[in-house]
Design a protein around this ligand. Structure first.
Ligand SMILES: NC(=O)CC[C@H](N)C(=O)O
Length: 364
């Protein structure tokens, strides 16, 4: 195994063993507290531009299987683990984590004190970082990391280039791909939807021409303020077509309605985030992966109401438009990885479509 270094913006250097691809990588270092689900994390396009440290100490133990991918081409910039299992044991396992990462040009580093690393991210907030095998003086490596550009406009990198259809006989849904996890598509096809997946810059006019019954906005990487074409699109379709947003899609609905977003110190990433559904007076366990958040106070004076909030820090987890059929959540109702407490939101979206068609007297 090659020695590999993880260099952080604050000047800390961790040395460990390289696995996966033998390539240099840079990005924002974040941590995920899920005990399982590394395959879904690695293939979630929302992690584009990020190096993820898993706080669970043993990673790779059930290998990589053909069923749990969230995208075909992974965009994560690297993975940091305490102990890498070289001998996965699971009936579904097709290959090792090492082989998968190597084939997809993603570097990993093992043998890292991930508790110390996580504490340091919690204290400093997320930081710029680099993984490298280069034998250079520490000062030079730290300077390289400090000078890395802040990149938060990754949606164009991960969104589909052309629209495509996943046919069904049910509701016609336009799914705007901002870095779509396949599980969102799975939840829609499970419900017989006819899904047209479109790029982030497809525009309201083109979307309306498809005569959709509903529009869904997916998860995605980066800062929601760096996707202005999406804010404009949401403004134009609001009130015309029922809308449901997840994660980045949620933040974009908030921006389109005049609310504001900000970056949290180290975000929410894991599979056990408790959220209170204020309308149902019920607590759910959710899967989360986000850095940005809708600012609570920015919602007053808008036409949005808060429907759900985090029980860890009371941040905004769900919003709904007061008059138009539109709602969104900050967490992942499609889970993958994580608890399956909230897929009913997809049913509520379809229910909202039926109700708004009845109201408008359209053939339901
Ligand atoms: N998973 C997501 O959609 C993340 C949304 C956004 N990029 C954030 O970090 O907050």
């Amino acid at each position: 195994m090659t020695k590999r270094q993880l260099v952080l913006e604050d000047g800390t250097i961790f040395t460990g063993d390289g696995f996966g691809a033998e390539t240099k990588s840079t990005g924002e270092i974040v941590f995920n507290t899920g005990m399982t689900g590394y395959q879904e994390v690695i293939t979630d396009p929302s992690y584009c531009g990020q190096i993820v440290t898993m706080t669970y100490p043993l990673i790779g133990n059930y290998g990589i299987n053909r069923d749990d991918f969230e995208t075909v081409t992974p965009f994560i910039h690297g993975i940091v683990v305490k102990e890498l299992s070289g001998h996965p044991s699971n009936f579904r396992s097709d290959e090792t984590l090492h082989d998968y990462l190597k084939a997809n040009d993603i570097p990993g580093i093992s043998g890292i004190d991930t508790r110390q690393l996580t504490k340091s991210i919690r204290n400093h907030g997320t930081m710029k970082a680099m993984m490298t095998d280069a034998d250079k003086p520490s000062e030079e490596l730290i300077d390289m990391v400090k000078n890395l550009p802040d990149k938060t406009d990754q949606v164009k990198t991960v969104s589909t280039v052309k629209p495509y259809v996943v046919p069904g006989r049910g509701r016609r849904i336009v799914l705007v791909d901002l870095g779509m996890k396949h599980s969102i598509l799975r939840e829609l096809t499970k419900r017989d939807c006819h899904v047209t997946v479109v790029p982030y810059d497809y525009g309201a006019e083109n979307i309306l021409r498809l005569k959709p019954d509903g529009i869904m906005l997916t998860n995605g990487p980066g800062n929601p303020k760096h996707v202005p074409e999406m804010v404009a699109m949401v403004k134009s379709v609001l009130g015309k077509i029922p809308l449901f947003g997840i994660c980045l899609g949620h933040q974009l609905l908030a921006l389109a309605c005049g609310a504001d977003t900000e970056k949290m110190a180290f975000g929410h990433r894991g599979a056990n985030h408790p959220v209170k559904d204020l309308e149902k007076n019920k607590t759910v366990m959710t899967a989360q992966n986000h850095s940005y958040v809708v600012i609570h106070d920015s919602l007053s004076g808008t036409d949005l109401v808060i429907t759900q909030e985090s029980l860890n820090d009371h941040s905004v987890e769900g919003i709904r438009h007061k008059t138009y059929p539109a709602f969104s959540v900050q967490y992942h109702p499609e889970s993958s990885p994580g608890p399956e407490d909230t897929p009913y939101l997809f049913d509520e979206f379809l229910q909202m479509i039926s109700e708004s068609r009845e109201k408008e007297n359209v053939y339901a």
